[in-house]
Design a protein around this ligand. Structure first.
Ligand SMILES: [Mg+2]
Length: 478
């Protein structure tokens, strides 16, 4: 616990929904739900206007539709959110080398380590400026919490929402925490919360009154001591900078769930080959093979196997992935498969055989083209990009959809009417609203799904690029 509030927690406000409202003028001030829109989909983010109806993230979309039937239901644009996230994280890294992303839109920053703040006044100034910069660069709002520990910085940003800043003065933590629910404390999830409540402990003050011995008796030694320390606002967890690349992985989402076991096996083999190409392209090898399976009901399993030494051998990775798949029940179908390799090592640690194999692999131009992408994929892992993947269309090697799919919310361009977004489709028709982040609310037009004048497009940046270049938002889609 520091004596100055130099730990900053940033959390973008209703991130995906806010990005959609900024992109689509007709949705500003309206209820917007971003998530899986199919019968089994779940809500990723709801706009504040939709939360009024009780819609929240992780809720089944079907339930959200009953609560807010008139909201706009949009498929996530993962690449677009990631490109905004990169801009935000870039601003945070200008403040300090110690930036710890928790997800695409949330991170801790150690301001003291960056030398930009040392007391309440300087911390507040950094927070105010950061919020203004985020607004200027991304066009979106984020909330900032400042405190002497990670726990309290996160509580502060929660209190600041939406579009605010809260600084918790050191010395006031205990009084602030006291009346709060035990669930506020890190390490107290639903199960621990229930357990404590049955023992008559509902607030943080009641934990302190119960005493450390009682907490240890209720929760066990390690957990009890930890929760008791948090209740006293004793949180010395450091901000840990984003680590180096720890894994290389590839995955595909399928438009239609795959049921056929043989087909699933073939897809896994194909992903294993692609993963090894990326691994070699990045001059890496790894020890642990990871298989990821998202089933029809959105439950996601990961299974892994650790080898005796690092490998970049496609046969070894294929076999390991196949063994892992054998142990997974795919009854009901799968909607996403992924193969990854972690426990990475440089080729310098490898034997001469591996180096020779690497030299041969480097001759393949197609592989080297993927090298640049590896850094991005690894970063996505580190930033917990999974939440944005729900409905990403399959990659170029995907299951060759017979017809073009028009995902609600995704970007299109019409040769005559220009840029717009898919409002809905069905019965051979697709409706498109023609508007841009910089226009007023636009008009809706309907086309046949196979209209040759209509094609998918890259998202437009929320803040217009200065003339004469600048970074393209579409960059992240390369
Ligand atoms: Mg957020």
């Amino acid at each position: 616990m520091r004596t100055a509030p130099t730990i900053l927690h940033l959390d973008m406000d209703a991130f995906f929904a806010q990005a959609e409202q900024a992109s689509k003028p007709s949705l500003r001030g309206k209820a917007v739900v971003v998530g899986g829109i199919g019968p089994r989909g779940v809500v990723a983010t709801a706009s504040y206007e939709a939360r009024v109806f009780g819609v929240h993230s992780a809720m089944p979309t079907a339930q959200a539709r009953r609560l807010a039937p008139h909201a706009a239901y949009l498929t996530p644009r993962g690449g677009f959110y990631r490109s905004i996230s990169e801009q935000v994280m870039g601003l945070l890294r200008q403040l300090s080398p110690l930036v710890e992303p928790l997800s695409l839109d949330e991170a801790f920053v150690d301001l003291e380590a960056g030398g930009v703040a040392w007391d309440s006044a300087s911390s507040r100034l950094v927070g105010v400026r950061l919020r203004a910069e985020i607004r200027e660069v991304t066009g979106l709002t984020g909330s900032v919490g400042l405190a002497g520990s990670k726990m309290l910085a996160k509580i502060a940003s929660e209190q600041a929402k939406p579009d605010g800043l809260v600084l918790i003065e050191p010395g006031t933590e205990r009084a602030l925490l006291g009346p709060m629910s035990v669930r506020t404390l890190p390490g107290v999830g639903p199960a621990t919360g229930d357990h404590l409540r049955r023992a008559g402990i509902a607030t943080v003050d009641e934990i302190v009154e119960a005493g450390e011995d009682e907490l240890v008796r209720l929760l066990g030694k390690a957990h009890g001591h930890g929760v008791y320390a948090m209740a006293l606002a004793r949180d010395d967890r450091p901000v840990v900078a984003e680590r180096e690349a720890k894994s290389v992985s590839v995955e595909d989402t399928y438009d239609v769930d795959i049921h056929d076991r043989t087909r699933i096996g073939l897809e896994v083999q194909r992903l294993a080959e692609r993963c090894v190409r990326r691994l070699r392209g990045a001059h890496l090898s790894g020890r642990t093979i990871v298989l990821k399976v998202r089933r029809y009901d959105f439950s996601t399993l990961t299974r892994s196997e650790t080898l005796r030494g690092p490998t970049d051998d496609v046969a070894v990775v294929r076999e390991a992935a196949a063994r892992l798949l054998d142990a997974v029940d795919t009854t009901g179908g799968v909607r996403l498969l992924g193969v990854g390799v972690s426990g990475l090592a440089d080729y310098t640690q490898e034997d001469l055989f591996a180096q020779a194999a690497e030299a041969a692999a480097a001759a393949d131009a197609a592989e080297s083209a993927e090298t640049a992408e590896v850094a991005r994929i690894v970063r996505e892992r580190a930033e917990g990009g999974q939440e944005a993947e729900a409905d990403r269309p399959p990659g170029p090697e995907g299951a060759q959809p017979v017809e073009r799919r028009w995902h609600p919310g995704h970007d299109v361009r019409h040769t005559a009417y220009g840029p717009g977004w898919v409002q809905g489709s069905g019965l051979g028709r697709v409706t498109v609203r023609f508007e841009t982040p910089y226009s007023g609310p636009g008009r809706v037009r309907t086309f046949r799904v196979d209209d040759p004048d209509l094609e998918p497009a890259e998202p437009l940046p929320l803040v217009p690029e200065p003339s004469g270049g600048g970074e393209a938002v579409g960059r992240a889609h390369a």
